[in-house]
Design a protein around this ligand. Structure first.
Ligand code: BT5
Length: 268
């Protein structure tokens, strides 16, 4: 995906650029709410989903989360006001729910390219299942949760805009972009609209940006099991296909991936 001229700028400010404020304007169809502090934007939207308070594509952003969560109840860290902490409620859920998660991740990649005004691949890409990475360092994580009563899905993302913990990447330091979290959200939503409008190209675009494919990986599985092999692809329902050294293929639903160095060939 090329730079800002490719992505339509619907809903941008009077001078054609979003102005970085939470008041918007936002692209059509998104209802964006912003709070200074909450426990977790995912938790808030999961509660709201049950009470019909928030519409489809309702968005909640916070400057600070006191209990920001990753997968498996891990923590998500960010100092107040520096990063994008946001969740989106999808009441209309496709048959394959992982499409929602992947689309948000890819929309972030495309949104950042739109902000930069140039392509940022192959360094900026997706890492299976739900990370956005620069090289092998995490720039953003995506957490999808289903509301058991309504079937709605909340997709939350934490993006390191101005701050990153040690070993992780940020938009400021690694892409050299000094932008406000609200601006990143604006570009993410515009890019999301473009991806939804091109449902056929979307799947291929996810695969094209999935840096895990072709890599030698260690996948940490539930119950402390692990698998080492080469990631061969992602199937139609978002599962990772890993070929182990004995030539067998394994199709994985869940897991944490570590990208390894390529196997060194022994001389002779
Ligand atoms: C994720 O989980 O990557 C999903 C993170 C989703 C956070 C958003 S923020 C808005 C919404 N509301 C929430 O409460 N959550 C969502 P996982 O793959 O499990 O990664 C979590 C791990 O990443 C932690 O155990 C840390 O090691 C690491 N980590 C924590 N904060 C980080 C950060 N800012 N940048 C990079 N890595 C981080």
């Amino acid at each position: 995906m090329a730079g800002s001229d490719v992505i339509p700028r619907d809903g941008s400010g009077p001078d054609g650029e979003p102005d970085g404020r939470w008041s918007g304007p936002w692209p059509d169809g998104w209802s964006v709410d912003h709070v200074a502090e909450t426990t977790s934007t995912n938790d808030d939207l999961l509660h709201a989903a049950r009470r019909d308070e928030v519409p489809d594509r309702g968005v909640l952003a916070a400057d600070h989360q006191t209990a920001g969560r990753g997968r498996l109840d891990r923590r998500w860290d960010a100092p107040a006001g520096r990063n994008l902490l946001v969740s989106i409620l999808f009441r209309e859920v496709p048959e394959v729910a992982s499409v929602l998660t992947q689309t948000v991740g890819l929309a972030l990649v495309h949104g950042l390219e739109s902000l930069a005004g140039r392509p940022l691949g192959p360094r900026l890409g997706l890492k299976w299942p739900n990370d956005v990475v620069i090289g092998d360092r995490k720039l953003a994580g995506v957490l999808a949760q289903r509301c058991t009563t309504t079937g709605a899905v909340v997709v939350g993302t934490g993006v390191n805009v101005g701050w990153a913990p040690p070993g992780a990447a940020s938009v400021l330091d690694d892409l050299d972009l000094d932008v406000a979290p609200a601006e990143v959200l604006h570009h993410l939503l515009v890019a999301h609209d473009a991806l939804v409008a091109d449902a056929v190209g979307r799947g291929a675009a996810v695969i094209a940006r999935m840096t895990t494919i072709g890599r030698r990986v260690r996948v940490l599985l539930p119950a402390e099991r692990e698998l080492v092999g080469t990631a061969r692809g992602v199937d139609d329902v978002g599962r990772l296909v890993v070929e182990t050294d004995d030539g067998r293929s394994h199709v994985l639903d869940v897991g944490d991936v570590v990208h390894l160095r390529p196997l060194e060939r022994r001389p002779g």
